[in-house]
Design a binder for this molecule. Structure first.
Ligand code: PMP
Length: 346
């Protein structure tokens, strides 16, 4: 890995972050808070929340097996994605390399931050071409984006290929594991000691069933997390979200039940969709969704919408012609989808 200072934007490396009232006061004994211009009434919502979410991180650390100093929490993983650009990429000078197709926000945040986005096509079977990815980098490449399991293709990449990218690239490699709870592969957050250039993204929006509270996680070295903390908004995760996340962390047995049900449904639904005359290929998946190539994705998409069923039409995405991306729902929802598709007449 190149030196972290060399990878970081100069203005960010030199930045003196905003120091908020709750940063300055670290004691435990105080009961009268006259430091932050809050209204003294309407407890507890009158108070600014913990800017570094320490209680939540301590609890999360035990669940994820990552030390609190190596955890960043943000307003969805989308905040972490944007921060990666703001911390590392000099607008109009640096570039990033990503796979295609993949999650759209890597490209949107590149555009917002005026950073060149280079995309490298996956192979037709959606496997990762590590050589092509590395060949697309140059001296100005700061970031490689990998999403595994990948959205919208559903497959996780071979660990060996991802490790090659981590070893051979001198910049930062982001491995977005938003969907890693839906497979038994070893998560990359367990390998932070081996790869100082690794940032792993997780989210409360998928298995944790909490997309509404907007809570995303980044796991990385203490040094990288310290840079994120310097640049983020002071109170980027609100109190209600922190409290609700603490409650969800007590719900692991429920989570495990949801996972078992979703994986069981996935096992049943994929072959049933593959058998339909309107479906030509169902791609293997390691996530809570799958990609299906259809005879007429547009027609089927609108047919389903007319019946109150919404799937994601990915047919205009590279390599995904005529493909629908379908999330695994409840058994009832999946049956409704199958029933509707069985009745489809072109
Ligand atoms: N990464 C991937 C791969 C995703 O598919 C999504 C959401 N669809 C996100 C990140 C965003 O997650 P969050 O809700 O935490 O912002």
């Amino acid at each position: 890995m190149r030196e972290l200072q060399e990878l970081t934007r100069k203005n960010i490396w030199a930045l003196t972050p905003y120091s908020c009232a709750r940063d300055e006061f670290k004691g435990r004994a105080a009961s009268i808070f006259l430091d932050a211009n809050e209204n003294p009434y309407n407890t507890p919502l009158n108070r600014y929340p913990d800017p570094l979410q320490e209680e939540l991180k301590a609890k999360l650390a035990a669940v994820k097996g990552v030390r609190p100093e190596r955890i960043f929490l943000g307003n969805g993983s989308d905040e972490a994605i944007d921060l990666v650009y703001r911390v590392f990429c000099e607008p109009r000078q640096d570039n990033v390399v990503a796979i295609s197709p993949t999650y759209g926000m890597y490209g949107v945040c590149a555009d917002v931050n005026d950073v060149e986005y280079r995309s490298v096509k996956l192979r037709p079977d959606f496997s990762l071409d590590a050589d092509a990815l590395l060949a697309a980098t140059d001296a100005h490449t700061k970031i490689i984006w990998l999403c595994s399991p990948n959205n919208p293709t559903g497959n996780a990449f071979e660990r060996r290929q991802i490790e090659r990218v981590l070893t051979e690239f001198g910049g930062i490699v982001v491995v977005d594991e938003a969907y890693s709870d839906f497979n038994d592969l070893r998560p990359f957050r367990a390998d932070l000691d081996r790869f100082p250039n690794l940032i792993v993204l997780n989210t409360f929006s998928k298995l944790w069933a909490s997309a509404a509270i907007r809570l995303g996680m980044a796991f990385a070295s203490e040094e990288i997390i310290a840079l994120f903390n310097k640049v983020k908004y002071p109170y980027n995760v609100n109190l209600l979200t922190q409290q609700q996340a603490m409650r969800m962390l007590d719900e692991i047995p429920r989570l495990n039940q949801w996972r078992a049900t979703i994986l069981n449904e996935r096992r049943n639904l994929l072959p049933a969709i593959a058998e339909l005359p309107v479906c030509t290929v169902v791609y293997p998946t390691d996530a809570n969704f799958f990609l299906a190539r259809m005879t007429d994705a547009d027609g089927i998409y609108h047919y389903l919408v007319d019946r109150g069923i919404v799937v994601r039409n990915r047919s205009r995405v590279e390599l995904c012609g005529n493909c629908l991306r379908i999330t695994i729902g409840t058994p009832q929802e999946n049956n409704a989808l199958l029933g509707a598709l069985r009745q489809y007449r072109p």
